[in-house]
Design a protein around this ligand. Structure first.
Ligand SMILES: *Cc1c(COP(=O)(O)O)cnc(C)c1O
Length: 382
């Protein structure tokens, strides 16, 4: 039999999948001496206790399956958050949990007719049960997760300076769908770094009929968190991760807090052993060492404020941040030009092509010496 043509081969793939544009993660280049400020990783390593616990777990037990429900980790998290283990699901990074939420709560669109009705501008004609909703700019994974599932997106712009629009503004503009099956809200916001008041988040959640996921990936660098809302309202989930604040990107551990009913729905559709064993060990050891991590957050916040002031002096517009990164508008030249010039000097930052942020660079807060190198490079470029 002759080889299948590539056209024929393409027909083996679902049309939806053929048409997908995948999520683009930040680069992880292996360049010696590179200052890597592009993916919001923590510049400080995990604590020695976490490294020791992880190393100690590398032995013959690697042949065994890990705890399928991450039970010990959920118990410890429940004590930390004053709730029950049934309020918590652990995932292979919080990304997995965001994807599970789409699959559990959003009805995929079937057929072209309903596709058309989803585009309807009038709220009454919208098919809210198929909508994944989010503000722009926010985490660029949300639209991709919706597309993979065959859901409809409703992307609504944030107000000036990345503030959350008020309820009255959202109602007036009629674009926001308070019945959307699933709403993702990045708080503090990425890529702007702006933090939101719990009061305002509560007001917004209360106006919603569908599930609201508050994505708190960066909340440890902020002044307040909205975890209480997930324990107060049945339709609200809070997503957290060990990646950024707890220096465990490599291990892929995140979790969601919420009502046991929603958590049970997510549990039904996850893989049996979704969280790898070494990740569970590392996350457990992290929770035994929290004071050390809190000191680490403070160091990063101090560097963030210092770097922000120094870049402002050089003419950068710096947005106030409650995260471990800052969004800046560089002076004189385009953001893309700055990206290249900094890269030539072995400093990697992040640029997004989305029109809402294409004039800006997102800079992860590194160690003080990395921040100093960035300021020095900026001075030379200018
Ligand atoms: C990094 C990030 C996540 C995902 O983190 P995981 O590594 O998958 O736990 C989720 N939301 C936002 C906004 C992020 O920036």
């Amino acid at each position: 039999m002759p080889l299948m043509s590539s056209r024929q081969m393409q027909t083996l793939i679902r049309p939806l999948v053929r048409g997908l544009t995948p999520y683009v993660p930040g680069e992880q280049p292996k360049i010696k001496g590179l200052i890597k400020l592009n993916t919001n990783e923590n510049p400080y390593p995990p604590s020695p206790r976490v490294l020791a616990a992880t190393r100690a777990a590398v032995d013959g037990r690697l042949r065994l399956y890990p705890n399928p429900t991450a039970q010990p980790l959920r118990e410890k998290l429940a004590r930390l958050h004053n709730c029950r283990p049934e309020n918590i699901i652990v995932g292979n990074g919080s990304d997995e949990l965001l994807a599970l939420a789409v699959r559990a709560f959003v009805e995929p669109i079937v057929g072209q007719a309903s596709r058309l009705s989803l585009a309807a501008k009038t709220p009454a004609l919208r098919c809210s049960k198929s909508i994944v909703q989010f503000f722009t700019p926010s985490y660029s994974l949300y639209p991709v997760l919706g597309d993979i599932h065959g859901a409809a997106r409703n992307a609504v712009p944030l107000s000036a300076d990345f503030a959350l629009p008020s309820l009255a503004e959202l109602e007036r503009a009629r674009q926001w769908d308070f019945r959307a099956a699933l709403t993702f809200l990045t708080t503090p916001n990425a890529p702007s770094g702006r933090g939101y008041r719990t009061e305002q988040l509560e007001e917004l959640c209360c106006a919603h009929k569908g599930v609201v996921v508050l994505d708190e990936a960066y909340v440890d660098f902020a002044r307040e968190n909205a975890l209480a809302l997930a324990l107060k309202y049945r339709h609200v989930l809070v997503a957290r991760t060990f990646s950024k604040a707890y220096s465990l990107c490599f291990q892929r551990v995140g979790y969601c807090v919420g009502h046991p009913g929603l958590i049970a729905a997510l549990n039904k559709i996850r893989d049996s052993y979704n969280v790898n064993g070494l990740g569970q060990v590392a996350a457990l050891a992290t929770l035994d060492d929290l004071p050390r991590y809190r000191a680490n957050f403070q160091r990063i916040i101090v560097t963030r404020e210092q770097l922000s002031r120094e870049l402002e002096v050089l003419g950068f517009r710096v947005f106030p941040s409650h995260t471990n990164f800052i969004l800046v508008r560089p002076p004189k030249y385009s953001a893309l030009w700055w990206l290249k010039k900094l890269r030539d000097r072995k400093i990697l930052v992040r640029w997004f092509s989305d029109p809402s942020v294409q004039d800006y660079l997102r800079i992860t807060i590194g160690r003080p010496d990395e921040a100093a190198a960035l300021v020095k490079a900026a001075k030379t470029i200018l």
